[in-house]
Write a protein that binds this ligand. Sequence first.
Ligand code: ATP
Length: 382
Amino acid sequence: MATLEVRGVRKEFGKLVALDGLDLDVGDGEFFVLLGPSGAGKTTTLKCVAGLETPTAGRVFIGGRDVTDVEPNARRVAMAFENYALYPQETVFDNIAFPLRSKRYYLPPAEAKSLIERVTATLGIGHLLERMPGELSGGQRQRVALARVLVRPADVLLLDEPLSHLDAKLRAAMRAELKSLGELQQTTSLYVTHDYLEALALGDRIAVLRAGKLVQVGTREDLWHRPVDVFVARAFGQPQINLLGGQIEQRDGEAAFVTPDGLVRVPLGPVDLPSGAAVELGVRPRDLVFGEEPGMHPLRGRIYVVEPLGRQREATIQIGSQQIAVVTPFEDLQPDALATVSAPPERLLLFDRDAGQRIPLAMPGGVEETPQWREVEVSGRG
Ligand code: ATP
C-alpha cells in the first residue's frame, strides 16, 4: 500500500493539451475514482502514473517517492486497461496465473490456485477457468483481464473502465462485488470511469475531470449536494438535474429566483448577488414531489409527457417556455393536465448563469443525509 500524489502534471500531445496542471492526492488504501467525459484526460492520468506516458511537466509520487523518471516495471503499479490482451493459447486459469509464476510475483501453486478461485468467483467467472479466451464473450474476457491484475501484488492499482464491456445489470452486480474484494479494499486504487453510478458506488472520493483539468474532488455527498458548478451537477443523476433559467430579485435583504415570464418565483433567503443577476435554479428530478407540500416551494405547470422509468415514471412538466423532469411513483398522470410539484428548499441549487459556478444558499435544514442516488440504482436505469 502507498499514497499516490500527482503534482502539477501537464501532458501535451503536439498542440493538444491532454492534462493541464493536474493535482491529485490519493490516500493509502483509498479507492479513488476519476470521472469525466471522453477526452477529459482520465486514461492519460493513469498512464502517467503507470509510467507509460512521461508528463511534459509535473511529478508523480508513489509512497512519497518521486517515480516520474522511474521505469514502469519498477513502480509496483498494476494496470487494467479497457482493452485487454489475453494469451490466446492459454486457458483462463493460466492467463490469470501467469504473473504469479514469474520470479517477481511468485506464489506457490496451491496458494495461487486458491487466490485465483476466490477472485474469479467474486467476478463471476469461476466456472470459466478451463476455457480458452476465444471461447469467451467480451465481458468475460474483460473480467479475466481484471482478475489477472487483481491477483498481482501492487502498491497502486490502476483500473481503466474495467466494467465497460458488461451489460447494465451485470455492471451493477459487479460494482457491489468489486467493493467486497479484499484486494481492492486494501490497495490504493485509481479507477477510471465515465459512469456516474459506478463512481458513486465505488469511490471513497471522486475527482471530476474536464478538458485535462480537475473540476472538483470530494466524497459522493460533496459532489451530489455541493457541486462546484453546473458541469458537476449535470454529471451526476439520470435524468439530469433540472436547470431553470431566470434572475435574482432583491427585496429587503431577501433574494428570490424569478423566471423571465414570472411563472416561477422561489424565495432564496439572503443571496450575495444584485437584482437582475442571471442565474439558474437547479433541482434534481427525484427531489421534486407532486402536490403542494407545506414548507416547500410550489412550481406550477402542465404535464407535457410521461415515460416509464424502471418502477417509476418520469414526467416532464412545461412551465412557460421551460421544462422540468420529475421522477415519481404516481401512476395517474395525464398529459396536458395542470400539475403542481413541490421543491424542498434545502435541495435547491443556485448557479451563476454565465460562469456556471454554484452560489451557496443559506437554506434551512441540512443536506447531509445519504444522497438519493441509491434510488437511481433501484429504479433500474443506467
Ligand atoms: P475516454 O473516456 O474517451 O477514454 P479519457 O478521459 O480517458 O477519454 P484520454 O485518453 O486521456 O481521455 O485523452 C485525453 C486527450 O488526449 C484526448 O483529446 C485524446 O485524443 C488525446 N490523446 C491521448 N493519447 C494521445 C496520443 N498518444 N497521441 C495524441 N493524442 C492523444
